[in-house]
Design a protein around this ligand. Structure first.
Ligand code: MN
Length: 276
């Protein structure tokens, strides 16, 4: 038989030599508006097949950099257990010397991801998000897509939120909000960075298939500029969350997510020479 599993385009390396690792985290538990993130890792992998592995912008090729697709974390478990499985997967990838690229799933998956990265030392979180996700509790829950940046802020040394335009009103004095062009001034020098891209940070005109669309967002090329800014900085891992395939009938949002993953890997982990 000549079979192959569905995997992210160009992810042909193995863990141990790969510079980055695709990790699916199809968690969908606390979604409040419209569902679908459980199907996102599969949709993003399928969409990636339509894309080139070469980044014309960053002049790197995913295949040459070495990327592995380790599959999906089994999230069919009570929330706490699912989160610890995600944390373990991210921890294992980091331990293997690769940068995790976690495909959510709802935004809640950022918490176990940064917890895994913070086990290795100080960390700062750069989150692209339309929503502040800074509530202390939401619908009685302390851990939820609407509280994930509050919980994550308790784990990291600094939190920087770019693209927020949906706030509940209690967080306006928080120092974490930053304009895209101001991020470089806010970053703590030499402190490792986790990058979280909630796709709703993008304008719904360019990435409509998300759980909670919010008008007035970043353009795709704004996100590319942020990747350019983060290039050469100590980014240790990233996630891309909140794609809702049922609300992405054209598939363009899944392609946007897959393309951002390719550009991010080429930008963030393509600067140094390949691993020997
Ligand atoms: Mn979010």
């Amino acid at each position: 038989m000549n079979m192959r599993p569905l995997r992210f385009v160009g992810a042909e390396a193995s863990l141990g030599v790969a510079r980055a690792a695709i990790v699916g985290a199809p968690l969908e538990r606390t979604v409040s508006f419209r569902g679908g993130p459980a199907h996102a890792p599969t949709a993003i992998r399928a969409a990636s097949a339509s894309l080139e592995t070469y980044s014309h912008i960053f002049q790197r090729d995913l295949v040459e950099l070495g990327v592995v697709d380790v599959g999906d974390v089994d999230c069919e478990a009570p929330l706490e257990e699912a989160l610890s499985r995600i944390q373990l997967a991210v921890h294992d990838v980091l331990g293997a010397g690769a940068a995790p690229v976690v495909l959510g799933g709802e935004h809640t998956i950022t918490l176990p991801s940064v917890q895994a990265a913070a086990r290795r030392g100080a960390l700062q979180l750069v989150a692209l998000d339309a929503h502040s996700d800074l509530r202390d509790t939401y619908r009685g829950e302390r851990i939820s897509h609407a509280t994930v940046l509050r919980r994550s802020s308790e784990v990291v040394r600094a939190l920087h939120i770019v693209g927020a335009r949906s706030l509940y009103g209690g967080e306006v004095d928080e120092p974490c909000f930053v304009a895209p062009e101001g991020l470089w001034r806010k970053l703590l020098p030499a402190v490792p960075i986790w990058l979280s891209i909630d796709l709703d940070a993008l304008d719904p005109g360019q990435c409509p298939g998300v759980t909670n669309p919010e008008p007035g967002g970043l353009g795709y090329l704004d996100v590319i500029e942020l990747l350019r800014l983060l290039r050469g900085k100590p980014v240790v891992g990233m996630d891309i969350v909140e794609l809702a395939p049922p609300f992405d009938p054209s598939g363009v949002s899944a392609i946007c997510a897959a393309k951002l993953a390719i550009e991010a890997v080429c930008a963030l982990w393509g600067a140094s020479p390949p691993r020997g």
